[in-house]
Design a protein around this ligand. Sequence first.
Ligand SMILES: [Zn+2]
Length: 267
Amino acid sequence: MCSQEAFAPVTSRSRSNIFETNRRACKSITSSTIANTIATVNDGVITPVAINHVIDVAQRVVASGAISANGHGNVSLRVAGSDEMYFTGGSSLRNHPAAAVVRVGLDGALREGELPPIQGAVVAMHTAMYADNPDVGCVLHTHSPYATAYAVARRPIGCWVEALAMFGLPSGVPVAGYGPRGSDQAVANIRAAISPGVPAVLLANHGVLVFHRTPDLAIMVGGIVEEAAQAGIRAASIGGPVEVPEELRAAALQRAMAFEAQGTARA
Ligand SMILES: [Zn+2]
């Protein structure tokens, strides 16, 4: 996979002119190539391969450090070419048991496995992201501590960390208004808070939701959001964070893409 693809907004419909200009270096990337990175086996039942894929993503979320101490959260993967997703039905992403991975239709109906009520309640915020964005292949939800602090304070994260400008969040991370987790109201608030191409949103009084084409990209964005939140809170004690000037945010992306197109320098 051409890593320059990492800079593309989450929805192809919303790709910026800057991305399109620089994307020529990525012509070899096809949608099927991308799909292969998110595809899970779909034989109508959950296979060990698919379960391992889901568990691996959950473990990588934990390893990223952008997670609360208790590991609460959930991971889902769209099943390529199907109307369903695989979902972590366990209470924690830490040491998530294979037996708790379930198969759920994008209509929210459980198709295979056992889904406890706490996890069942948040299914709708996963399925909504797949329904709204055909390019989305992975949805992550965590209570990563610093980002959740902003969510609890109901304050958006500004673009004061350059990486936000580079990875689809040049306007920072918005806050979706409170609604009981996974409720129609909560989902409507999420939809109202995000604009096309935005891959992450804070959930008021709850946590963080990240959605992207692949698990790798979703995990990366989850880490950047947590890093930006941590920096924002620490900077508050020394005068407060200062955002990247709006007119330079596109330049940050453009420079990153230009270097990516050149590849690794060697001497
Ligand atoms: Zn939660």
